[in-house]
Write a protein that binds this ligand. Structure first.
Ligand code: KIV
Length: 270
């Protein structure tokens, strides 16, 4: 019989911030990787809409649909025994109509079994955030370089370097925290600003390209494993060269099949 493992919750994350223990988060999109990451000890699995890029091959995160996010969410939840699973709400599912946003968040929670949702933006999506939280659904925020707004930004450069944008980010962070989000992703902003926001909030911040002073860190799994090669921002540390491992293994397989050394008699049935 499998032993019962204590699930990471919003409360665990708050306690980790209080005792200054860094929180680890990675993206996951399928059962196999979710299980490996969970067993490795990752605390939060983010079913990121970066699935649009690294799984579906789109240029941006905009095209992925709610049904597709739910499909990935279900697979990740099946692989996660201990980690908290957070599912990104896709572009178009929460901006504008807060009732529609709540319906989308409810679908994610009911159909995937995930433990929270994530949304990008501040003041402009506050109604949706409040409505989703009022239904008892934990919400993770996301400020700074928010990829769903990429066409408005006109590129992937560092955000909030200018005083006005930095002040807007501080204000959005305060509003989201007041609305009751349980954690906040800060993407590609100056480390000094991320430190200031982290120290000013009682909820944990999770950084990506936001320096070492955030309460936790997140990376896109396929980037940190070296599966993606074209994407090389300064903040990305590659922990493996899996593109090379996969490519070499496939070349060896092709060779073995072509020269009939696979399968061997031991790999065949009488
Ligand atoms: O979709 C995603 O992978 C994300 C992370 C970059 C935080 O939102």
């Amino acid at each position: 019989m499998e032993s019962k493992v204590k699930r990471i919750t919003t409360r665990t994350l708050a306690e980790m911030k209080a005792r200054k223990e860094p929180i680890t988060m990675l993206t996951a999109y399928d059962y196999t990787f979710a299980r490996l990451l969970d067993e490795a000890g990752i605390e939060v699995l983010l079913v990121g809409d970066s699935a649009a890029n690294v799984i579906a091959g789109y240029e941006t995160t905009l095209p992925i649909t709610l049904d597709e996010m739910i499909y990935h969410g279900k697979a990740v939840v099946r692989g996660a025994r201990r980690a908290m699973v957070v599912v990104d709400m896709p572009f178009g599912s929460y901006q504008g109509d807060s009732k529609a946003a709540l319906r989308a968040a409810i679908r994610i929670m009911k159909e995937t079994g995930a433990h929270a949702v994530k949304v990008e933006g501040g003041e402009t999506i506050l109604d949706s955030v409040q409505r989703i939280i009022s239904a008892g659904i934990p919400v993770m925020g996301h400020l700074g370089l928010t990829p769903q707004s990429i066409y408005q930004f006109g590129g992937y450069r560092v955000r909030a370097r200018e005083a006005a944008e930095a002040e807007k980010l501080r204000q959005d962070a305060r509003l989201l925290a007041k609305a009751g989000i349980f954690a906040l992703v800060l993407e590609k902003i100056p480390a000094s600003l991320a430190k200031e926001v982290t120290e000013s909030l009682s909820i944990p911040t999770i950084g990506i390209g936001a320096g070492v002073h955030c309460d936790g860190q997140v990376l896109v799994l396929h980037d940190m494993l070296g599966l993606t090669q074209a994407f090389s921002p300064r903040f990305l540390r590659r922990y493996a060269d899996m593109a090379h491992i996969v490519s070499t293994a496939c070349q060896r397989y092709i060779q073995d099949v072509k020269n009939r050394t696979f399968p061997s008699p031991e790999e065949s049935y009488e």
